[in-house]
Design a protein around this ligand. Structure first.
Ligand SMILES: Nc1ncnc2c1ncn2[C@@H]1O[C@H](COP(=O)(O)OP(=O)(O)OP(=O)(O)O)[C@@H](O)[C@H]1O
Ligand SMILES: [Mg+2]
Length: 246
């Protein structure tokens, strides 16, 4: 068997003169091997998590429409937008410090998905796993579990493994008891395992509390979490207006 010493000696023999080996002693060589092994297994773990996150909804974390959304291409024309951008940016930069999530609440076309996707794209680039999913899609997926004899528990497990889960269109679901229970189960389980949840909604504080319950509401934005009210007009209107002028 080749010991670290024989490997080092062989390395020294074949190295051109003047070149210093990275490791000088057998124990340094062993430590280097251990570190490389740990790095590789962390990479494999992330690759597995990513593949699992993609399998949950049959696509990668952020839908095509919002893959290009970044902090840089979020336009600021009011103080409110400036604050929203700065809070979203620092949420992304401080991700992992706590398990707090975010609630983006406001009218249609105000950029909730844009900033949530910007957070997601930033985190994906840093090797985190992110899934942005609408409540109706989530419910369809749960129903597919029932129809296909798949266990709903394993879907919940998978949803809890993603580093950041963003639940979009909270409040547009048909307010059935079953849907309410699923949504609460997902959020509650994630928060209990200290995994953050992002919520995008057209609802205000009180209406959202009616949907999610006071306990979940409290825990959503604790420990580094943020609540941002998107109080300005729709960017979509803005875009079509500009096109009309042209
Ligand atoms: N400040 C902004 N700068 C650049 N693009 C923006 C801005 N606000 C919104 N947009 C763009 O406008 C479109 C609509 O925004 P978005 O989907 O984020 O709205 P929303 O708040 O999620 O609306 P809804 O409640 O209808 O889902 C998107 O293409 C988004 O990239
Ligand atoms: Mg939206």
């Amino acid at each position: 068997m080749k010991t670290p010493e024989t490997l080092l000696n062989r390395l020294r023999r074949i190295m051109p003169p003047g070149v210093e080996p990275k490791c000088r002693t057998a124990s340094e060589l062993m430590a280097w091997h251990r570190q490389e092994g740990e790095k590789r297994s962390a990479e494999l773990l992330k690759e597995n998590q990513r593949a699992r996150a993609e399998r949950i909804m049959g696509r990668s974390g952020i839908c095509e429409l919002h893959r290009q959304c970044t902090f840089a291409n979020y336009q600021v024309t009011s103080d409110g937008q400036r604050q929203a951008l700065s809070k979203a940016k620092s949420y992304a930069q401080n991700f992992g410090m706590g398990f707090g999530g975010f609630v983006f609440s406001g009218g249609c076309g105000t950029g909730k998905n844009h900033l949530a996707a910007a957070i997601g794209n930033y985190l994906i680039a840093k090797n985190h796993t992110v899934l942005v999913v609408t409540v109706p899609d989530l419910m369809l997926r749960v129903r597919r579990c029932y129809d296909g004899g798949e266990s709903e528990a394993s879907l919940l497990d998978e949803l809890c493994k993603v580093d950041l889960l963003v639940i979009d269109e909270v409040g547009v679901q048909r307010e059935t008891r079953g849907e309410w229970v699923i949504l609460n189960q997902i959020i509650d389980r994630r928060l209990s395992s200290m995994k953050p949840v992002g919520v995008l909604t057209n609802l205000g504080t009180k209406e959202l509390a009616d949907v999610l319950g006071a306990r979940v509401m409290d825990r959503l934005t604790m420990d580094g979490g943020i609540w941002v009210n998107f109080t300005w007009g729709s960017y979509r209107k803005n875009v079509s207006h500009l096109r009309l002028i042209k």
